[in-house]
Structures are given as C-alpha cells and as structure tokens.
Design a protein around this ligand. Structure first.
Ligand code: GUN
Length: 292
C-alpha cells in the first residue's frame, strides 16, 4: 500500500511557486492574494490563517480581512469592490460558508472573474465546462488531480467514482477528470447521498474520491481490493483520549480501508496541503494574466 504524501507533493509545488514569484518580482510585480473571513468559525479561521501564512512564505503579498460575524451584505460587497479595484490584489477569496445574512452567490458574482482564484464565479464554472485554458479552477479539485498525477496514478480509461456533488469539489472534479489530457480521460461516475446501492457503485471504482463531508463514511465494504482512494474530507470529531479532546478524520475509515488499497491519502497531510498549494498557483496565474 502506497501512502500518498500530499504534504511532500505540495511542498514541491510550493517550491515552484516560490521560484515563479521570484521571477515575477524581478520584473517588478508581486502576486497578491486577499482572503476574507466573515465570523469566527474556528475551522475557517485556521484555513484562512494557513492561506495567509503560505502566501507570505512564498514571497507573495497577502491581505487578510477578518470581519465581524454581523457584517452586512452591503459591507462585504463594498470590500469585494475595493479588492476588485486594487491592482496589488490579483486573487480574492471569501471563505465559505459565510454567516446566514450573507447571500454567498451574490458575493461570488461580485468578484472580478479574473481575480476569482476559488473558481466559483459562473464565468469560471462555464470556462471549466467548456475546457477553456484560462479558466480559474477550484483549488481542491485541482489539488486532487495534481496529487494523482504526481503519485503516478493513471486516470486515462480508469473508472473513477467521485462521492459528493458539491460546487466546491464534486462537480468541478468530475469535469477535470473527464477532460482530455494528463490527469483526465477517466470514465467518471458522480455518486451522492441519493445514489441507489452506493456501496456497489463505489466498489466499481479503480479510483474512489470521497468528498461527502461525513466522517469515516467510506467503509471497507465500499472499496475494491487494489483501488486508489483519495480522501477530501476534513472532519473534526470528539476524541476523549487525545490531549485536545478532538481530532481530524477524513470521509474514509482509514484504518479498515487502507489495507485494501493500492494507494490512499491520509487526513491530515493528503488533499489539504494540496488545496493551499493550488490556491497559490491560481493566484500566480491570475497575476500573470493581469500582465505580471
Ligand atoms: N471552504 C471550504 N473550502 C473552501 C474553498 O476552497 N474556498 C473557499 N472560499 N471556502 C472554502
């Protein structure tokens, strides 16, 4: 069984990003990312902190905006508009999910699609569906695809089951994997909570990608011997024996699934670091397209 080391692969990509930033700075341009968090959800705070930190480590310009949980739609829209107009900011990310008074769709649509490094804007969703080379593609799906390529796992002709149909992961990932080319050319099935005989569908997978957001949902009976399993889940669960009283687990019951696999990603240290590495790559790409 091969343990796919997302941390190490992300570190390689970050080294490439650092070199790209250096080259851009030599030409007088510094790629810049603005991350916006509304409210004080601890998991979201940790993600935003990590994004800001990685940005700085790579020599990029970073702006972190942590807004009060009671921030209004109009206030958030005004911030997005300021960031759209700021030439030092090439990428804008508003952490999801926002509090209930925020209309997330309207916020996403207010972001300049050229700065939409999350790839959530309808223009970028459309470009991905069309296969346009200048689409900004959501970071987690991009990270899953890069992980498969870097780990030497052939997707061409493979039966891939994507478990989950979200706009952040499942849907865009299905589009990436079915596209032509390296890391694509797969036969993709998108399964979800309403799929009939889900376990049997999952057992048909050469590559099973779990993005369903439920702790340890994928059990051993859902995985074929010799399958590759990519675990996108990050779930905090109670763990009375651990010092913190909680721990992170994926969407896969790792202990029982791993022995059956040809390769599997751990949680943490699998897809998570790749998501941030791809965010940095998207920001650099947006900077280049802006004339950097
Ligand atoms: N929340 C969970 N994943 C993501 C992501 O990739 N981008 C944003 N903006 N919010 C998220």
């Amino acid at each position: 069984m091969q343990l796919i080391d997302g941390k190490a692969i992300a570190a390689q990509i970050n080294a490439e990003s650092r070199a790209a930033v250096k080259e851009l700075m030599g030409r007088g341009v510094t790629p810049g990312l603005a991350v916006v968090l509304v409210g004080a959800d601890p998991a979201s705070q940790a993600y935003v902190r990590n994004k800001d930190k990685t940005c700085r480590e790579l020599g990029m310009y970073s702006e972190k905006h942590e807004l009060d949980a009671a921030t209004s739609q109009a206030e958030l829209l005004a911030l997005v508009q300021r960031l759209n107009a700021n030439p030092a900011v090439h990428g804008i990310l508003v952490q999801s999910p926002p509090p209930p008074q925020i209309d997330e769709r309207a916020i996403v649509e207010a972001i300049d699609p050229r700065k939409d490094v999350d790839g959530f804007h309808p223009v970028n969703v459309g470009k991905l569906a069309l296969g346009d080379a200048d689409a900004l593609v959501p970071c987690t799906p991009l990270g899953c695809q890069r992980l498969l390529v870097a780990a030497g796992i052939e997707t061409r002709g493979a039966n891939v089951v994507v478990l989950g149909r979200s706009m952040i992961v499942g849907k865009p990932l299905a589009m990436l994997l079915m596209a032509k080319g390296v890391g694509g050319d797969a036969t993709v099935t998108v399964a979800h909570s309403r799929t009939r005989d889900l376990a049997a569908v999952c057992r048909g997978a050469d590559i099973l990608i779990a993005a369903i957001g439920q702790p340890e949902f994928v059990r051993a009976d859902m995985v074929r011997d010799g399958a590759v399993v990519i675990d996108v889940g990050i779930n905090r669960v109670a763990a009375p024996d651990s010092p913190k009283g909680s721990k992170l687990v994926g969407d896969v019951a790792f202990a029982e699934v791993a022995p059956k696999c040809r390769a599997i990603t751990p949680v943490p240290g699998g897809v998570g670091p790749m998501t941030i590495a791809m965010l940095m790559q998207n920001t650099i790409a947006a900077c280049r397209r802006a004339g950097g």
